[in-house]
Write a new protein. Structure first.
Length: 89
């Protein structure tokens, strides 16, 4: 077994535990992220609002991935063709 494979095998139980915790406490984590973002935005006088919002969104997305929650449009196995004419080749 290679080093990387061995490391992945040892970290798998920890990943499962984190995933379970993210599923159980996802709402509380999201609320905490929002409160922290609001506090930082107030402390910086709104100068970095766009960066704070982006970072908060990425953190929430990562937490959703850990919890195995599908995002908007994910998990839908049906194909819906786009409206309008097909693109020109």
């Amino acid at each position: 077994m290679g080093l990387l494979h061995n490391l992945k095998a040892r970290l798998n139980p920890a990943r499962d535990k984190v995933s379970d915790l993210a599923q159980q406490h996802g709402d509380r984590i999201g609320n905490g992220l929002d409160r922290a973002a609001k506090t930082v935005d107030e402390k910086t006088g709104g100068r970095y609002s766009d960066k704070i919002e982006t970072g908060t969104g990425k953190a929430k997305h990562a937490m959703d991935r850990l919890a195995h929650k599908p995002g908007p449009g994910a998990g839908d196995d049906t194909f819906t063709p786009p409206e309008g004419p097909p693109p020109a080749s």
